[in-house]
Design a protein around this ligand. Sequence first.
Ligand code: MTE
Ligand code: MO
Length: 250
Amino acid sequence: MQMKNKLIISRRAAIITGLSAAMGTILTNSCTKPLPPTYGNILRMGDVFTYEAQRALLDVKALAKEYNFSDISSFPATGSINPSDASLPGFNVDYELLHRNQFVNWKLPIEGCVARPGKYSMDDIKKFKSRTQITRHTCEEGWSAIAEWTGTPLGLLLHHAGIQAKARFVNFISYDNYNISIDMFDAFHPQTILAYGMNGRNLPIQHGAPIRARIETQIGGQSVKYIKKIVVTDHFVDTGDNGWAWYMGI
Ligand SMILES: Nc1nc2c(c(=O)[nH]1)N[C@H]1C(S)=C(S)[C@@H](COP(=O)(O)O)O[C@H]1N2
Ligand SMILES: [Mo]
């Protein structure tokens, strides 16, 4: 039986195809290999291969797959699901106050290695060009779901804030104290957005209101909810050595 040729090369196939090239780069080009900031931490050895392989593939790396409306699925909420509820883990009194006023007083500070540090209100953020994408969220705990997300590309905000050449990491600090950092490649990836809309509505509380990140290049746990502050740094700040790798590309 003859196999039908697949005309469309999937993102995963492109990554696998490029893997041997990446391995070549890793093995022969040890002076310039892109090491993850967690290099040397024995508990995070997995970062080295995933990060090296994916970063060596920048030129063939496609966008994460986007889906159609008909693919949108039910979507569980996990981790913190409401930092305004004192009976739940992740409770935060500042968040509770903001929530009580429908987040009208919420502002997002962008600080650190930027020429113009400042605070952005929701109206400020919505003035930037928005991006809507229907993507699959894959949780490291074994479930996945598809939703439509609308938000502002993080790169637009970073440019607006005057990101400096020395910037290397974007650190997200959230109201429930779930903090992660990403490198500049993921920060400026066109599908990395600060999402304020989900499935055509305002982002619900359980999914991270008023704004969450969507980082479609990595596993779902990196898409931090309830964002409180963004700090750009020229060095790695390890805010979350929680047993998971720093880098979890998919
Ligand atoms: N602030 C914050 N962001 C978070 C989490 C969290 O507990 N707090 N959980 C993460 C994990 S592990 C997953 S799978 C997704 C869950 O997003 P959802 O609740 O919208 O399904 O959010 C991620 N972002
Ligand atoms: Mo997750």
